[in-house]
Every structure is written in C-alpha cells, then in structure tokens.
Design a protein around this ligand. Structure first.
Ligand code: HDE
Length: 703
C-alpha cells in the first residue's frame, strides 16, 4: 500500500482525500516528494508528463474497473513487461567492472597500435568475467571455464580481447561450437542440469571428440573452481598478429596474470559456497572494488615468428594447443586495474557486447579456424540479444574516440545526422567522413594458396600430447584433484559406455591417470584406448601450468573469519584481527547472534555475520576464540561444528584458544601443523597464507 492509499480504502471519497492530502500540498507550492525532504525531480512519464499519483491506477469509481485511458499505468507496465532481453546463449552469468590499462613496455618494434606503443598512456576499459554453461541466474561457483573479456576504448577504436581463464579450447573448428554448447547445456527433454558438465550429453559428446582431451585436463583441474575472479589468469587463446609500420607481422598470444596470484577452491568447498552464497564471486568483486582494493593484472605477450612457429611440435593455429612459457617466454607489457563498479548492472554488464572482430590498426587475426568463426558469431548474436543494428550506440559499447560513417537509420537510432548526403564518396558534403588514405586499418598481406575444401590440417591431428604434458606438469595434489574430478563427473553418467570411452581416452594421456579414474569408478578391466590419429609426443613438464606453484604466499585480498560467542577473549580477537589486517586480509567476526556479543570483562563486540549464514567456506582461514561456556553452548550447534570441521577439511589454517579446543574436539579435528594456538599470531598468519596440502590425505579419499 502506498502512502496515499490508506484514507481512500476506508471509504473517504477521492475528492475529499485529494483536498486533505494533495491539494493542500500543491497549494503549499511543492510535490509530495519534496515535502519528504531533499530536491528530488518530479516523477514523470517517458513523455515528460509529471505523474501526480504513482500508487493508484485510474478507476471508474472506488471499487470499479480500471480504465484503459490510464496512460500512466499502461506505459509503466508495458515497459516492465519488456525489461528482460535474451540472455547470452553462453556466458550468460557475468560480472563487469570498469578500469584502465596502462602500457609499461612499448611494442613499437612489432606494431603500430597506439595502445601497445604509448608507454604510460591509460586506456579506459570494461572487463566482464563469466561462467559459460549456466543461465544468468545460476550460481557463481560451478565447475566451469571463466570468460575473461576486456573491451579497451582505445584512441583508435574499440579493441576487444575476448578470452577465457584457460588457454585452450574444446574444439578446433567453429562449426562444432553449437554441438558442444548443446551438449553441455541442460538436457533439452528434462531441463537440467543447470550449469554443470557432470551429465551424459556433455561426456557423450566429449568422448566422441578426441580433440577436446587437452581442454578436459584443464576443466577437471582446479582452474575451473577459482577462489575469486581476482585470482584467475586470462588468455586470448588464439594467436593474433601484430603489424609493424612496414606491414610485416609477428604472431602474438595474450596473457593476463593476476597480481594476487592464482588460487582455487576445493570441489567440496565450491559446492558448499554455491549454497551459502550463490553470488560469491560477484559479491567478492563488488566488495573489493567498492572498498578501494582494485584488482590488478599484468598483460603479457608471447611473440613469435612464422619461422619459429614452423619449428613447434604442434600447430599454434589449433586452439586446443598452448605455447609453453618455456618455449616462448612471456613478456610483461602493461597492467590492468579494475577500479570502478558500474552504475547499473543492466545498462553496462548486461548490454555490453564483446566481439573478437573489434580490433584496431596494428593488430590482426590469425587463420585459427575457431577464431575465424568467432569473428562472425559475436556481431550476429548481438542482433537478437540487443535487438538493433545500432547496439554500438549504447554508451557501454560506443567507442570513446570520434566515430563517423554513412550507416543510417535502423531500430533505436540515437543520432541525428544532418545534411542531404548519406553516402561515400560524395562531392556535396566536404565535411562528411571519408576513407583514410593512410593510418586506417589494413590487414596483414598474407599470401593464401591451395584448394578450397572442408578439411582439417594434418598438423591438428595430435590430441593427446599436450593433455599428457598438462597432467604430468601438475603437483601430486593437483593430479589427485584432477583424477577425482573425473571420477565425480563420470560417476554421474547413466551410460556405462560413455564412462568406458572416456577412460579409454585417458589411457592415451597417462596410464596412471586412467588407472586411478577406473579404480574410482570400479571399472574393470581397463577399457581399450582408441588409436590416436597422431603419435603421442613426450613433452617436458611445464611447471607454469600448475596452480599451486603460482599461488602467492600472501593474505592480501583474502578473508579471515573469527568465530566468537558471549564471554570470548576480546584481546585475543583484537590481536588476530590486527595481524590479519596488517597482512592484507579482510576480517569478519562471526557469532551466533548478529546483533552483539558480550566479551569477557563486559565489553561488547560488533558482529559481521550470523553463524548459520556465514559458514567457514566464506573464509581463507579461521580463528576460534571461545570461553569455556561459549564452547559448551556451540558444541551443541551444528553450524558451529560444521564451521570448524569444514575449515579443517578445506585445508585451512585454524587459530584456536583453550575454549575453542572443545569445539575442535567435537568437530573431530585432529590438530596438525595448520592448527595453531591463538597466542601464536605470527604462526597463524604464516599458516593462513597457504593451504594445508599435507592434511588432505587424512581427510579425503582422492582418486
Ligand atoms: Fe564465445 N561466444 N564463442 N568463446 N565467448 C559468446 O557472444 C562463440 C569461444 C567468450 O562477457 C557469445 O555476446 C563461438 C572461445 C567469452 O559478454 C557468442 C565460438 C573463447 C564470451 C559466442 C566461441 C570464447 C563469449 C554469446 C567458437 C575464448 C562472453 C554472447 C568458434 C577465447 C563475453 C555473446 C561477454 C560469448 C560465440 C568460442 C570466449 C554466441 C561461435 C574459444 C568470454 O557470440
């Protein structure tokens, strides 16, 4: 009920009511909102007519029908009915942030692109991170690749680097993409599972697509269950070209490296986060950016020539392959800082339209057949998503440099071109835009010869060597997670033959991996491996492919939770809070009641989270500070027991005082090096900076 509806509902005539409320107010020379305080503008229709009543529709009499002539109601409801636009067919759920790119090393030897040659220049940008498979309302933490799309508003036009947090892809040719996506999305007859690859159609398709095996290793690794969007790497995936002043080109691959280091969750943790906070990643980014802790990434490039590429034991134009850093080192050339949260989610994050075809002079495409297909797809999809060929005029999509051409009209045209000329060339309008004789975009002049055909290059035939290299490059902990993820996913299948086919492929990657997964699925005998299309090569391991090796020994950007209750020791809490903050962490106090906690000695502590709604999966490390009485009470509270038990099995450091020990015992925790006395604050901070990997074998049966 609105503020003006009450008197009318009680039989007061409209006229009388108007006299008592509105007329008196209008006579006083203002509108109701202004009376309430402040200088708000009047509420109007989209035609600018001031609305005098936004709470009641126009009715024939107090209890009569609503009138068709009520243009205020009809306009409002019509607009509401059309508030949603089609969500992205993939990458529907995303989080966007504004920021800037600053070049630190010029690439002028290789390119004319100003964004890559003007050191110190800050280019505004918008980045959007996304999951792939789920709908716009799905959770943030499924096992899934993360989209990592950046739109640079350069002085020479928009450049979109539309990448992922994994450097390779499932397929080699764009024509396969609709099948891949149909296979991973919810199954069409039943409408589930939402945002999960652990189902028959996905693995059926994968088992029939050997080129996916390298990507399978990546998606089954912990890369696809990141701790935070601030802690993922980004990759342009495809090779692109840089073009210099003379028109010569060099191949380039783009890499984003997070300043906070790489970090992932554990699978059990990701599953529990999904329940505790479905918006975990979006909230994490929002909190960091709005609190003034902007996440930052280095932009690095791998540069190589055609001659070098000819020597690679794989084809760099095949998006299922990466170029190991050991083969072509990364050169850091700049940094991206994400420091401004959008004003409006829909206007910016939802309406942003990325397109790999958006490039600027000095950058060009390679012949990667996946990239070539993408160049068509993104522009096309925006027509059905945003509904008009003029989507580039939406502020989030418009270049920030001047742009002009003779394209005209179309749905939702926002510009009003003047004059009689809408064509080029012309002699009637000397000020109208013309093509540029120099400095404009020019493609690399690459000779192309050969027969037109539907054929895959022989050099794309090796599907297992890099998959094998990835698996063998991981630490034993990561290998165990990868094997366990495969067991989990394949265990969800109804069809045994798909499980068998997948284990067959794994045998071509690594026999030990295949045996571990087969054992996890109680699959005997080992299924036959399919004959590889090309011999499996034994590449040296590449440690840069690990996550653990790239984790940073830091608490910066991480979160520490302190569980307290009435009677807890205020000094112990403060010591931990101070030390964790000094180490860069955010600290939250969790207690059974959110209002307040009375500490030992009578002082009062503020509480950030109520225990039942703030489980330990929200934190990277926890402290348990309890009086004997508090511990006794919490020992009867399953949320408190789970808080401790989960922190332990998620391999987190735990600081605990004498009271807290009672809860630890109740939770079945057997203290190890990561369980530290509250008095040893330094020891706790050191332990909190990493996971207690050694603990894992005592708490989890891994494949
Ligand atoms: Fe995309 N992809 N994709 N993709 N993709 C889309 O564009 C497509 C591929 C990626 O935050 C769509 O605007 C095809 C690789 C990101 O808005 C669509 C193929 C990589 C985003 C589309 C691929 C990506 C998309 C859906 C195979 C990593 C989200 C809505 C040839 C390098 C961007 C949209 C955002 C979105 C097509 C493969 C990354 C349908 C046909 C490989 C990060 O156009």
């Amino acid at each position: 009920m609105g503020e003006k509806s009450k008197p009318r509902g009680h039989g007061t005539s409209r006229r009388k009511n108007a006299t008592t409320q509105r007329d008196a107010h209008v006579a006083a020379g203002g509108d109701l909102h202004q009376v309430a305080g402040g200088k708000r503008p009047a509420l109007t229709t989209n035609q600018g007519t001031t609305i005098s009543d936004n709470q009641n529709s126009l009715r024939a009499n107090t209890k009569g029908p609503t009138l068709l002539e009520d243009f205020v109601l009809r306009e409002k409801i019509m607009h509401f009915d059309h508030e949603r636009i089609p969500e992205r067919i993939v990458h529907a759920r995303g989080t966007g942030v504004h920021g800037f790119f600053e070049l630190t090393t010029s690439l002028e030897r290789y390119t004319t692109a100003k964004i890559l040659t003007e050191v110190g220049e800050k280019t505004p940008l918008f980045a959007r991170f996304s999951t792939v498979a789920g709908g716009a309302g799905s959770v943030d933490t499924p096992r899934d690749v993360r989209g990592f799309a950046v739109k640079f508003y350069t002085k020479e036009g928009n450049w979109d680097l539309v990448g992922n947090n994994v450097p390779v892809f499932f397929i080699q040719d764009a024509i396969k993409f609709p099948d891949l996506v149909h296979a991973v999305k919810m199954e069409p007859d039943r409408g589930f599972p939402q945002s999960a690859s652990a189902h028959d159609t996905f693995w059926d398709y994968i088992s029939l697509t050997p080129e996916s095996m390298h990507m399978v290793m990546w998606i089954m690794s912990d890369r696809t269950i990141p701790r935070s969007l601030r802690m993922i790497e980004g990759f342009g995936v495809h090779s692109f070209r840089l073009i210099d002043r003379k028109g010569a080109s060099t191949f380039v691959k783009f890499h984003w490296r997070p300043k906070l280091g790489l970090q992932s969750t554990l699978w059990d943790e990701a599953v529990k986060i999904a329940g505790a906070d479905p918006d975990f990643h979006r909230r994490d980014m929002f909190e960091a950016v709005t609190a003034g802790n902007p996440p930052e990434w280095e932009l690095a490039v791998q540069l190589f020539t055609q001659e070098q590429a000819d020597e690679f034991p794989f084809d760099h134009l095949d998006a299922t392959k990466l170029i190991p850093e050991e083969l072509v080192p990364l050169q850091v050339i700049g940094r991206m800082v994400l420091d401004r949260w959008p004003n409006n989610f829909f206007a910016e994050t939802e309406q942003v339209a990325f397109c790999p075809a958006n490039i600027v002079p000095g950058i060009d495409f390679s012949n990667d057949p996946l990239l070539q297909g993408r160049l068509f797809s993104y522009l096309d999809t925006q027509l059905s998503r945003l509904g008009s060929a003029n989507f580039h005029q939406i502020p989030i999509n418009a270049p920030k440099c001047p742009f002009a051409n003779q394209q005209r009209d179309g749905h939702m045209q926002m510009t009003q071109p003047v004059g009689r000329v809408a064509y080029e060339p012309n002699s009637l309008s000397p000020d109208s835009p013309r093509e540029a004789a120099s400095g404009g975009f020019a493609s690399a002049a690459i000779p192309e010869t050969g027969d037109k055909s539907r054929i895959r290059a022989e050099s794309f035939a090796d599907h297992y060597s890099q998959a094998r290299q990835f698996y063998l490059s991981q630490t034993p902990y990561e290998q165990a997670h990868l094997a366990s993820a495969l067991v989990f996913e394949l265990s969800k299948l109804e069809h045994l033959h798909i499980r068998e086919a997948m284990v067959g492929h794994l045998r071509n990657i690594d026999e030990d991996l295949a045996a571990r997964v087969a054992a996890g699925l109680a699959l005997t005998p080992l299924p036959t491996a399919p004959a590889p299309a090309a011999p499996v090569q034994k590449f040296d391991p590449s440690p840069a492919l690990q996550i653990i090796g790239k984790m940073k020994d830091t608490l910066a950007g991480r979160a520490v939770g302190i569980l307290i209750a009435d009677g807890s020791d205020g000094k112990a809490i403060e010591k931990i809070r101070k030390a964790a903050k000094a180490a860069g962490a955010t600290v939250k106090v969790v207690a059974p009641k959110v209002g307040r906690v009375e500490l030992a000695g009578g002082s009062v502590a503020a509480v950030d989270g109520q225990l039942a709604g703030t489980p330990s999966v929200m934190f990277d490390a926890v402290a348990i500070v309890l009086s004997d009485a508090g511990a006794k009470t919490l020992s009867k509270e399953s949320a408190a027991i789970a808080f401790v038990a989960d922190a332990f099995v998620h391999l987190k450091a735990i600081a605990v005082d004498a009271g807290g020990q009672v809860l630890l015992r109740k939770a079945g925790v057997k203290p190890d090096a990561g369980v530290v006395d509250c008095a040893d604050v330094k020891g706790f901070i050191t332990a909190a900076k990493t996971r207690q990997w050694e603990r894992e074998k005592s708490v989890r049966m891994l494949a």
